[in-house]
Structures are given as structure tokens and as C-alpha cells.
Design a protein around this ligand. Sequence first.
Ligand SMILES: [Zn+2]
Ligand SMILES: [Zn+2]
Length: 252
Amino acid sequence: MKLTVLGSGTAISGPDKSAAGFALQLPNETIVIDLGFGCFKNLQKVGIDYTKVNKLFFTHFEHIDHVNDLTAFLFAKKVSIFSKLSNPTQVDVFGGPGFEDFIKKLLTAYPVLKNPLFKLNVSELDSFASKKFTNFSLITKPMVHESSSTAFRFEADNKSIVFAGDTAQNENLVELSKGADLMIAECNHAEKETPNHLNAMQFARIASRAKVNTVMLTHIDPQDEDKDFKLMVSKDFKGEILLAKDLMQVNV
Ligand SMILES: [Zn+2]
Ligand SMILES: [Zn+2]
């Protein structure tokens, strides 16, 4: 599996970072996990053909920094088919509780996205569930952040990657990440404790208890960007530590 960071930022990351998003290239298809602002442009920057991306997963939809380039993506799909640059297809979008209603409202706000040119399939994933797809399998667990917050564990080719999205510390993330090759989670703060985000110490404890191989920290608050997150996490976690950067690519 090849992971690309489409956006390593937050809602307020400034001009040099896109908001949250990732692409995961599997042997036979590429999927997207979150698509915040700037991420659709970065998807194209790394040479991924968006007309062939047909599965998108959202860790939560309440926060714009994780979801708002979905509209850009769907509109581009429609125009590319209309312009005969690509063929009609089916697009599957997945999210946590309330996602179907969210998409319904999005299509009401943007009727141009109600699309006869391709089929838009909307699914709400059951938390604590697992699902087999043709090219990978997926396990999901609810996180502590917003009511739709769901973390994903993708498995393919005997490798596993966990996407926590935004979350406060919780046992589900330890459970979901057990023995994973890579755990990607937000680390919004260096030290500050909040009810809906992680700090470096909490991040490290989860990674260490889950015995993951490698971690990637993302979604760092710009106010804490000058802090030494690697050093703080390494106090409790002894595996490899990566700091997410836009356009960074990692083979898992
Ligand atoms: Zn966020
Ligand atoms: Zn959020």
C-alpha cells in the first residue's frame, strides 16, 4: 500500500498546508480518506487520476476541514464525464452516523451535484463493524470527537493502516490499532488537554499500548507547530515516528 498525505493541516493552517486528507493506493485501486480544502488539488499534484478514484471514506463530516473538497471532487467527476474525458462510473462515499442525511443536504444545497452521469452510492458504516471489499478489508470503531466520528483500519496484502481522524483519547483507538503497521492520528496539541483532541503524551500512550510499528502525527495546531512533537512522543513510544507533511508518500 502506498499512502499519500493530501493535507496535514487543520482549519487554520495557513497557505502552506491543506486541511485533512489522505490517498491510499492499493494494488488495484486508489481510495481517499477525508478530503478537506486543498486536498483535491494535491491529489492531482501527485498524479493520481481522480476520475479513477471511486471510494471515499470520511472520518467525520461535521468539520469542514475534513470534507469540503468532496463537492469539488464530485463536480469535477460530473464535468469530466460530460466533457467525455472520463466514463460514467459509480462513486461510493462512506461516513459515520448521519452521513446519509448530510449528503442529502449537500445535494439540496448544490443541485448541480445531483448527478445522472454517475451513480452516487452513500453508505453509513456501522461502528464496531468490519466489511470486506474486493481489494481490501475495513474495520471501523467510533471515536470521541463529533457524533459521526469513526476511525478506519484498512488491511490489504497482510499490511494494516489505521486512520483515526480527529479524536480525544479512547480505548477504541488502542483496540483498533493493535499491531498495525501504521497508525495515523491527529496530535492537535503538544501539551494542552482538551475533551476532543489528542496531545503528544496521549498520542504516545495509545501508540505504545497498541504496539504499532510506525506512527504518523498530523493535524497539529499551528500555535504548537514549533514544539518538538517527535521528542515528546518518543518518551513513551519506541517505534518509528513520522510527522505528516502535504504530498509526503509512504510505502507500507
Ligand atoms: Zn479536523
Ligand atoms: Zn474535527
